[in-house]
Design a protein around this ligand. Sequence first.
Ligand code: ADP
Ligand code: ZN
Ligand code: MG
Length: 476
Amino acid sequence: MSDYEVVIGLEVHAELSTKTKIFCSCPTEFGGEPNTHCCPVCMALPGALPVLNEKVVEYAIKAGLAMNCKIARKSKNDRKNYFYPDLPKSYQISQFDMPLCNKGEVKIETENGTKTVGITRIHIEEDAGKLNHDEFGGGSLVDLNRAGVPLIEIVSEPDMRSAEEAEIYLRKIKSILEYIEVSDCKMQEGSLRADVNVSIRKKGETKYGTRTEMKNMNSFRSIVRAIEYEAKRQINILERGEKVEQETLRWDDVSGKTFSMRDKEDAQDYRYFPEPDLALIELSDEYIETVRKTLPEMPESRKARYIKDFGLPEYDANILTSSKYLSDFFEEAEKICKNAKAASNWLMSDIMGILNEKEMEESEIPFKAEQLGELIKLIDKGTISTAIAKKVLIEMFEKPQSPNEIIQQKGWIQISDEGAIKEVVKKVLEANPQSIIDYKAGKDRALGFLVGQAMKETKGKANPQMLNKMFLEELV
Ligand code: ADP
Ligand code: ZN
Ligand code: MG
């Protein structure tokens, strides 16, 4: 394995979150009863004509600018011809030789430092419909709700050298698209999916090996597994003295293997030609500048701000800005509690921990950022201890309630009443005479034990600072 190097290039498809489709005014909304979001254009009825949605061009330019591409002043739509039942026109309107964006780059943070991945091109195209198999006694039914939903295809250079790098790159693309708000990037709904191209070569070799392509992958985990499997499979082929065939493969998550879909012999000839029903897309410099001005603050700038204004460590700032969702969540929580480090800690350790455990995405956090802010405020005011706050957080994941409501209901308010705490301290001291002797003999650990006992006694509700102080007073 170590004699070889894996080479990966990704073609990422992202559905744009415009309100209407790319060539008609049907809604792009996900789901809905089959065939309720379509019109003669979506259904390719004779005589129906496409009209390009200007928002699609704007969103694609935004993506191009965010990925440092050159925006073409003239670009063109083409017909990509192929037959499939979910494509009623029998061609997809895409862009062939004059795409909207060219020659960009994206920086990724890898184990070995920052790396630049080249973006070959970004073009606009329409999505196809969907086939629903076997739902009604073995037949397949066509749903055209997705037909004509706008897509951008982001084609990378074959610059990635491991499954991890491919994952980091894809996460970066997702993060950029989320920051500029052109796609919801919901992978489970197919809004973001990638064709993964893999080849291998001997280390030091300058020519690329023959690639295989796995289409339409929409989970990070499958992509990593598929690349690792495919690299091994190709290495075995070369080690046997055979040749890798250029082919399209299908990754099967259950068996953890790739299967051949079509080889080079029956590779599709798409017979591209210019779409005669649409004019060239011609853009002025002014227009591109107007779009550039709508770009929001990007992660790099937020990161710098977190370090400078909030005094956060670079490590925190990196993680928090890795996704717009997380970053926005952090900022809103901070606004409420004015304790950036606490907000960062809660997000990065406890909340991330629960998300991992429940296999949930950040965007699925069931409570509002303000509520995290309130939780931190309650700790800072001494109303609850950190230990109780951790229990409140678990409740907040169970059902969306404000932390205040939860502690009221559960009776989790911290005991900060001097009299009450003194009583507990006395009781614990009476029950543990040995600890008093130990402490006086210089065993500091005995104090921790006593505080622990008092916490147990009060079910974690006693104010720990007050407990400590009173034990010390009693023990002198
Ligand atoms: P197609 O649509 O036929 O797959 P594209 O040019 O649109 O062709 O996409 C090719 C993709 O494959 C790009 O992402 C590119 O980086 C990648 N690629 C090209 N050659 C190799 C190779 N030898 N190994 C790995 N990836 C490759
Ligand atoms: Zn339509
Ligand atoms: Mg391809």
